[in-house]
Design a protein around this ligand. Structure first.
Ligand code: 6PG
Length: 242
């Protein structure tokens, strides 16, 4: 199966978020119909907040079978879940507090497990348990939501990071000098096993990296998201696309 790449250019973040919400709901219907559940890995940062807020409002809030949705995080900062920097907290505030997702369906990174390496190992173990995987098995998410930094990073896979060359682990620890933060992140093998990967990219500061990635530049981390048997959507605004 060839890789399918779809680029949607929106006028602004509001329109971008609406387009992403339509895809989220559509893929949810398909996943629940086909497999009885919808497995989603969420992105952190600021761009997806509007999407999460939209999903908690009509018409989307009624369209989604929240009891059949399972949320994971494609990356997480190694801070407590109530910390202002926590991706879990951002999603809890903008979405989880407003929709009836069962607590047992919310699979945040276990940041209390210890240092970043221990958190990564614990999260990987949780993924393997949930997906009933043996060694070498790869979870298949229905949807992996991703952002992109101005430097072309995605999740917490930063340019030049050894995490980019990981071929067998699902989750690894990552440190970014630029942001001075310890994180854990899904690896490319895990992200690239998704049915659908969807990037949300807004703002003129992303323009150079976005142009490079959409032009086929695969040295940037975001350019290495190419699901072998899946599709990639790029929801971008006019400022980022140019
Ligand atoms: C994170 C994200 C990260 C983010 C990009 C873009 O934990 O920060 O996972 O990869 O998506 O840095 O961030 P913005 O959406 O804030 O521009």
């Amino acid at each position: 199966m060839t890789l399918s790449i779809t680029v949607r250019v929106a006028q602004d973040l509001a329109e971008l978020s609406h387009q992403a919400a339509l895809l989220f709901a559509e893929r949810c219907r398909g996943a629940v119909e086909a497999r009885g559940r919808y497995l989603v890995a969420l992105s952190g940062g600021s761009t997806p907040r509007q999407l999460y807020t939209l999903l908690a409002q009509p018409p989307f809030v009624q369209q989604i079978e929240w009891g059949k949705v399972h949320f994971f995080w494609g990356d997480e900062r190694c801070v407590p879940p109530d910390h202002p920097e926590s991706n879990y907290r951002m999603v809890a505030e903008s979405l989880l507090a407003h929709v009836p997702v069962p607590q047992e369906n919310v699979h945040r990174a276990p940041v209390e497990a210890g240092d970043p390496e221990a958190v990564a190992a614990a999260y990987e173990e949780a993924l393997r348990r949930f997906f009933l995987l043996g060694p070498g098995g790869l979870p298949r998410f229905d949807l992996v939501l991703l952002g992109m930094g101005a430097d072309g990073h995605t999740a917490s896979l930063f340019p030049g990071s050894p995490a980019l060359e990981e071929t067998s682990r699902l989750v690894v620890a990552a440190y970014t000098e630029a942001l001075g933060s310890h994180r854990v992140t899904f690896t490319l093998p895990l992200i690239n096993h998704a049915r659908t990967a969807a990037f949300l990219v807004a703002g003129v500061d992303k323009r150079e990296s976005l142009s490079a990635v959409l032009g086929g530049e695969s040295r940037l981390p975001a350019g290495r998201v190419r699901p072998a048997n899946g599709e990639v959507y790029w929801f971008v605004d006019r400022a980022a696309r140019g």
